[in-house]
Design a protein around this ligand. Sequence first.
Ligand SMILES: Cc1cc2nc3c(=O)[nH]c(=O)nc-3n(C[C@H](O)[C@H](O)[C@H](O)COP(=O)(O)OP(=O)(O)OC[C@H]3O[C@@H](n4cnc5c(N)ncnc54)[C@H](O)[C@@H]3O)c2cc1C
Length: 382
Amino acid sequence: MTTTDVAVIGGGVIGLAVARELRLAGVADVLVLEREPAIGQGSSSRANGGVRAQFTTRPNIDFSRYSIEVFERLQQESDGALAFHQVGYLLFTGTEAGKRGLRAACDLQRAMGVDTEWLAPQDVLRLAPFLRPDGLTAGTFHSRDGFLDPGAVLGVFAEQCRRLGVTIRVKAEVGAVERVGGAFLVKTRTDEVSAGHVVNAAGPDASAIAAMLGADLPVEPVRRNLAFVQAPADPLIPMCVDLDTGVLVRREVGGGYVIAYSNPDDPPSRDTTLDPEFLPQVASRIGNRFPFVEALPIDPRQCWAGLYPETPDHHAVIGANESDPRFVHCAGFGGHGVMHSPAAARAVAEIVVEGRCETFDLHALRPSRFAEHDLVTETAVF
Ligand SMILES: Cc1cc2nc3c(=O)[nH]c(=O)nc-3n(C[C@H](O)[C@H](O)[C@H](O)COP(=O)(O)OP(=O)(O)OC[C@H]3O[C@@H](n4cnc5c(N)ncnc54)[C@H](O)[C@@H]3O)c2cc1C
């Protein structure tokens, strides 16, 4: 039997960020339990690496603002190990409704201290002269957004965890969590762990962990796909988001383009093979603004898929389970888990150490909001 102050279930980017932050906050014993033979093999290994503050809700903007600062600091301290390229996110639209939505989001971001720029069509084309210009109505740009290497983020968190004395146990699938007195008994196939707190950081499997203590957590896996197309290495471009089709394009550091498109009608699924519908869906949309990519051949062998841990309102779930103040959920990050990992970790560390989070207002992220039918929905979901 192992004893620990906090058992973190899940060794993805969220679990490792949380473990690191718990140690930095003074928790003596932190144990990460990961099912797979290595850390970071779940959603975290499939991400595009996008980091942006251009969201439409307060909690997401707040999380991004905090996390971007942490990534900027870590990038400096690690001599650029995160490969954090702050090329900005450029969002644009060709509709009046899209323009109104962008304006509202831009105003909120600016009111919250994010320096998002409002762009007329000619400004959009100044930043991205390669876009098809027809009918553009507006755009926004935030220069501290960008992309990083998700594997490197995971590596930096893991290395710091080890240096801080966090124990990371792989091949340790949690099969049961039980309450025993004031503590929890966390059972893997080979071990039993007595933990003062349990953090549910199981990504797309977070609902199964919640159910072990009778909690209902609506986090569902949804397959998401990415394509890579070869092209000569050229200077980087902003992460370009065509809001009218939902297609994202960025240039890869070594050349080529990464293309993303998330079909909002995709049902929950655990399938991580490339969706055969994905490439035709991209092909029918990409020409709207990206004629330079339309002409390039897409090789399916250079495309991949993974799971978004999704919630009905596209916000993470962070907070103690209602019936168990020491059972803390930190899951359901959809397509934002890498970029929001520093803020999420800070929030969980404060909940565990102080009993409440002071740095962020977590009301919109509380686990009970689903049962209360009180949801704030993020609409900038790509
Ligand atoms: C195609 C794609 C593109 C994306 N692009 C971006 C992006 O640009 N920017 C961004 O920020 N995010 C992006 N994401 C989302 C991001 O990858 C996720 O939000 C993030 O990785 C979630 O991290 P996690 O640690 O919660 O989940 P995971 O990485 O899945 O980690 C959960 C871990 O829990 C373990 N586990 C599960 N059950 C158990 C158990 N019973 N016992 C022990 N361990 C268990 C799993 O093995 C897994 O390692 C993208 C995702 C995909 C699929």
